[in-house]
Ligand binder design. Structure first.
Ligand code: GDP
Ligand code: IMO
Ligand code: MG
Length: 422
């Protein structure tokens, strides 16, 4: 029997590239869909049959009833938010409990982790990361400090462990002078969420995935966030706290690198970023405003404005390198339908120095652009390559040449069917 493969779909910029849409679209080709990193900081939008869902912790393969979805050991999970998310799907008529397996090694986000997130952000003042406020940083910090609570803990005598970690957090908050909060109601719902989670198969998902691979089954690993938010390879300290790049697929699911098949790198036909941190291609003018308006670039989780700019080849080349991207997926070109010209950042410049490779710190670097003609027509109905306007085909060919990687999937609208495979 030929062993199965794990293909990875990774956001390769600052998140919100359209991962949810593409995972949902790809799911019929796979046996299992697994999240390997992050938690409810993610917001993955899926639109089909006039329905819209925004998933946070649950993998985007959940709508296909024959498939197993996995929340892997590299993830962090907030029981209360998870309960809301899963119940919404149940109310919409989807059976989630049997389809969704949760790793016993995944870490739990406590209500006090969220308070700590706020406290640390407040302490940073101007230098704040602009986190989603979901307690991600403090939870991964506790994991690394070896004091975290895991999903498996809720199968034993959980409350004393919970109280001990909570007490530790309250002490830190008191030391920081951050005392103006009340988690009474939140804690009640959170404990309800713990009970709710007990209905799900809480398993050793690394065994499950490896057994599936041995039986010739294929797995789709769904990335969260984006490569430039990776704890090691992103624009530190303005990053999330997990490994969002391809290495995270191995550690976050418990699989070996030789099991990885294709690495799909997903990006938009322009750039966005939410939260603070350097963003050389950011546009502060009407063009940036227009991209935000047409692309509806407002956060799916926090509702914040996403910062917008042109595509950044320096960033894309770097992400392609660290992830070993085999295929690119380009989303949302339809948002640029009415632009006369489209710019592409081909290098950065600072103090007379020019670079095409990602600097240690991107702060203060200015973009160097090349300009291409826009297509000035409606792409949303286009499904066949033969119908591509010349300028769109040229834009694709230009990017493929610059990035030395094929763009195998194109998306020209938020719905499932607005997808073109080449
Ligand atoms: P994710 O976090 O990577 O899953 O992406 P988000 O869901 O946060 O953001 C992507 C947004 O773009 C969502 O609102 C999608 O519905 C929408 N979207 C996805 N693909 C396309 C596309 O090709 N064109 C347009 N106009 N919108 C898209
Ligand atoms: P998806 O999976 C966009 C950003 C936050 C902040 C930084 C750290 O939907 O693409 P955190 O709460 O993780 O500590 O915040 O990372 N961020 C995202 N930006 N998409 C996401 O997820 C993100 N998850 C985190 O805005 O700048
Ligand atoms: Mg998102």
């Amino acid at each position: 029997m030929t062993k199965g493969k794990v293909d990875a779909l990774l956001g390769i910029v600052f998140g919100d590239e359209g991962k949810g849409k593409v995972v949902d679209y790809f799911t019929p080709r796979y046996d299992l869909v697994a999240r390997f990193a992050g938690g409810p900081n993610a917001g993955h939008t899926i639109i089909f049959d006039d329905k819209k869902f925004v998933l946070r912790s649950i993998p985007s393969g959940i709508f296909d009833e024959g498939k197993t979805n996995i929340i892997g050991n590299g993830c962090v999970i907030a029981p209360d938010l998870f309960m809301y998310e899963a119940r919404e799907l149940e109310v919409a008529g989807y059976e989630v409990v049997q389809r969704l397996h949760i790793s016993r090694r995944a870490h739990l986000i406590l209500p006090t982790h969220r308070v700590l997130d706020r406290a640390y952000e407040a302490a940073k003042g101007e230098g704040k990361v602009g986190t989603t406020g979901k307690g991600i940083g403090p939870t991964y910090s506790d994991k690394a400090a070896r004091v975290g609570l895991r999903v498996g803990d809720i199968q034993g005598d959980f409350i004393p462990k919970y109280e001990a970690l909570k007490a530790r957090h309250l002490q830190i908050l008191s030391d920081l002078g951050f005392t103006d909060f009340d988690i009474t109601d939140e804690e009640k719902t959170w404990l309800e969420g713990i009970d709710y989670m007990r209905r799900f198969p809480l398993t050793d998902t690394e065994h499950e995935i490896n057994q599936a691979l041995a039986a010739g089954k294929n797995v789709l690993a769904e990335g969260a966030q984006g490569s430039l938010l990776d704890i090691d390879h992103g624009t530190y300290p303005f990053v999330s706290s997990s490994s969002t790049t391809v290495g995270g697929v191995c550690t976050g699911l418990g699989i070996a690198p030789q099991n990885i098949g294709r690495v799909w790198g997903i990006f938009k036909a322009y750039s966005t970023r939410v939260g603070s941190g350097p963003f050389p291609v950011e546009l502060f003018d009407e063009t940036g405003e227009e991209i935000r308006r047409v692309g509806k670039e407002f956060g799916a989780v926090t509702g914040r404005n996403r910062r917008c700019g042109w595509v950044d080849l320096v960033a894309l080349k770097y992400a392609i390198m660290v992830n070993g991207v085999t295929d690119l997926v380009m989303m949302k070109a339809d948002v640029l339908d009415s632009f006369k010209e489209i710019k592409v950042c081909v290098a950065y410049e600072k103090d007379g120095e020019r670079t095409e490779s990602m600097p240690y710190d991107t702060e203060g670097w200015a973009p160097v652009y090349e300009t291409l003609p826009g297509w000035n027509c409606d792409l949303t109905g286009v499904r066949a390559e033969a119908d591509f306007p010349k300028e769109y085909a040229d834009y694709i060919a230009y990017l493929e040449k610059q990035l030395a990687t094929p763009i195998s999937i194109l998306s020209v609208g938020p719905e499932r069917d607005a997808t073109i495979i080449r």
